[in-house]
Design a protein around this ligand. Structure first.
Ligand SMILES: C[S@@+](CC[C@H](N)C(=O)[O-])C[C@H]1O[C@@H](n2cnc3c(N)ncnc32)[C@H](O)[C@@H]1O
Ligand code: SF4
Length: 384
């Protein structure tokens, strides 16, 4: 029996000051004055349109992602959050995160976000090395990154994430370690530590930059950095996510637990369990901001709708759940896929025999080896 899992709300802001050469997110270089007032109207119309999918349900987290949400002045975030809370029930203490590019930090802005209800920030730092930042095409240097975080702390933000990337062009192990030390000095509650990947259709994929560390060197960086993070009190709970106790990102955890989410904004994706139909819906919106703005709130803004078939559900579930260090319970697998555990019995036994999964009663956890070969483990659940 399929039961509805916790619900989150994702809000996409599709503009950046400049497109970074490694980035394949739905982000567009914003030229001239950006149409934020119209965009908030569009977001609320979009939300109204999707509301019947989630009648009566409570929202447990909100995440403004991008693109660069911190390009949006606080009054627009405030208007959206007021509109959202008059349409949806927000859980008490609901985590509300806003992604922030340090190059957009301005005095006064963080106080405004806080007053609007934002209670968590996620800074796109990438590195504290000015040479690396330059090669990554970032719009800020390390001093600006430090200053942005301090402005936010002064405004009362004590819960924030720093995004760092490693295996950067020209980066050595010592440089990757220095980045973490600089990050720790700012006392974030959470660190996301991503290996730089060359994504198709990016400038870096077309013209790979010189000096990308070899596979073995990247692996070394990962192992050393992981140990440094642990020693500094940041527990790894997902492939790239580390947090102080009780400071895991509730929003991202809900994705990895195969929870539900509404997706509002250009190119945003949703996954919603439809209890009465015993079905799961995926929906995504038009990607381009201009097209989205023209159609938000109508069926024409929907880029696509797809029902997740029974055959596909185990694969989708594993794709998310096996990213988590603590894995998942078979009880939750049954509740959020609507399938009996017997359905995946043979694949679980195979993965256990390969040393990829450890299974104890109701709990399934990826082993160290399984975490190295996540793609192979997940592929077992692809079905025919
Ligand atoms: C939407 S951005 C964060 C906010 C803001 N746009 C910024 O960059 O400052 C999400 C994060 O994804 C990570 N990221 C983006 N492209 C990546 C890539 N090709 N490889 C690894 N991490 C990447 C970066 O760490 C980035 O901060
Ligand atoms: S990494 Fe962030 S700032 Fe750079 S283009 Fe992507 S979304 Fe924009």
């Amino acid at each position: 029996m399929l039961t509805t899992p916790p619900l989150s709300l994702y809000v996409h802001v599709p503009w950046c000051v400049r497109k970074c050469p490694y980035c394949d997110f739905n982000s567009h270089e914003g030229r001239g004055e950006l149409p934020f007032a119209a965009y908030v109207d569009a977001l609320l119309a979009d939300l109204d349109h999707d509301l019947p999918l989630v009648w009566g349900r409570v929202v447990h987290s909100v995440f403004f992602g991008g693109g660069t949400p911190s390009l949006m002045p606080p009054e627009f975030i405030d208007r959206f959050l007021q509109g959202a809370s008059s349409r949806l029930r927000m859980a008490p203490g609901c985590e509300i995160t806003l992604e922030t590019n340090p190059g957009t930090a301005e005095h006064g802005r963080f106080g405004g976000y806080r007053a609007a209800g934002v209670n968590r920030l996620s800074f796109g730092i990438q590195s504290f090395d000015d040479g690396c930042l330059k090669r990554l095409g970032r719009i800020h240097d390390a001093a600006q990154a430090d200053a942005a975080v301090k402005l936010a702390q002064d405004a009362g933000f004590d819960n924030f994430n720093l995004d760092l990337m490693y295996a950067l062009p020209g980066q050595t192990l010592a440089m990757a370690e220095r980045d973490l030390e600089r990050a720790f000095a700012l006392q974030p509650t959470h660190v996301s530590h991503y290996q730089l990947t060359l994504e198709p259709n990016t400038v870096f994929a077309a013209r790979p930059p010189a000096g990308i560390p070899a596979e073995d060197d990247s692996w070394d960086m990962q192992e050393h950095c992981q140990a440094m993070l642990a020693a500094a009190g940041y527990g790894q709970y997902e492939v790239s996510a580390y947090a102080q106790p009780e400071r895991q990102c509730a929003h991202n955890l809900n994705y990895w637990k195969y929870g539900d989410y509404l997706g509002i904004g250009a190119g945003a994706h949703a996954k919603i369990t439809l209890g009465s139909e015993q079905d799961i819906l995926r929906r995504w919106k038009l990607k381009h901001p201009t097209a989205y703005l023209a159609h938000a709130g109508t069926d024409a803004a929907i880029g696509g709708d797809e029902r997740i078939t029974l055959q596909r559900r185990p694969f989708e579930f594993m794709l998310n759940a096996l990213r988590l260090v603590d894995g998942f319970s078979l009880t939750r697998f049954e509740a959020s896929t609507g399938l009996p555990r017997a359905q995946i019995g043979a694949q679980l036994a195979q993965a256990e025999a390969n040393g990829w999964l450890a299974i104890e009663a109701d709990l399934v956890r990826p082993t160290e080896l399984g975490r190295r070969f996540t793609n192979d483990v997940v592929a077992l659940f692809l079905g025919d």
